[in-house]
Structure formats: structure tokens, C-alpha cells
Design a protein around this ligand. Sequence first.
Ligand SMILES: [Zn+2]
Length: 143
Amino acid sequence: MSEAGGIQGRCHCGRIGFSFDTPLAPQDLPLRRCSCSFCRRHGARTCSDPAGSVRFEISEPAALRRYRFGLRSADFLLCAECGTYLAALIEHDGKAYATLNANCFEQAETLTQDAPIVVYESETLEQRTARRVAKWTPVSGPI
Ligand SMILES: [Zn+2]
């Protein structure tokens, strides 16, 4: 599962990082631009793979900031030190799922594939949870 060559990502200062294992090559990963007011402000390109897994690596737990808004159904993970938006996280039935900000990947500069704009604002909470559980990346380890 955690073969060498997983995708590494981190915030600008490096206090918070992640290791993303996916069978897909970085250039084949599906990227999205979420149209919500939070993601637009960050210019985030997000990425997930339900067949992969992600492990967060937090060298300084006090630097992890969780932000909620709207339906308050996910934690948006930010570094309190450098301000980077790294990922969004949900827990459902005892499991955690994340979508990652691909702009934090080591390979971010080489990801030139399209990142279509997606609009989720008409979803109900139930629809939103079902989509995230189906499409986001399972989280391994603590967060
Ligand atoms: Zn940071």
C-alpha cells in the first residue's frame, strides 16, 4: 500500500504535510476547482482518489487549524503558521475521508491537466456526505 513514490504534500512552512498513495500518476489525477467561496479565495485545485489513501504528518499539532462554514459538514485544514489550505476532512461511520489541495503537492507545478469548475451548492447535507464518502480519499492514521 504505501509504496515508495507516493505523492508528498505540505504547507508552505512544513509544519503540516501528507503522504498520498494512489495508483494514478500525478498527471492523471482528476483535479477540480470547487466554486465555493472558500476554495475560490484560495485558488485551490482539489484532488481525491477513493482507491487511494492519505496519511497526514503533523510535526506541530498546535499549527493545525480547522475551519468550518456553510453547512459545517467538513473541517477545512489550514496551517495556522503559514496560512496554507491543505485539505478538507469529514468523518463518517467512524472513517475519515479527505480531499487534498493539489497545489500543496511537491509536483504541483507539473500538474497541467484541466481542473474543471464544480458546483456543489445545491446539494443537501445527505447528498454532500454521500458524494464525499464515494469520491474522497480514505484517511489512514490519526488526524
Ligand atoms: Zn505551514
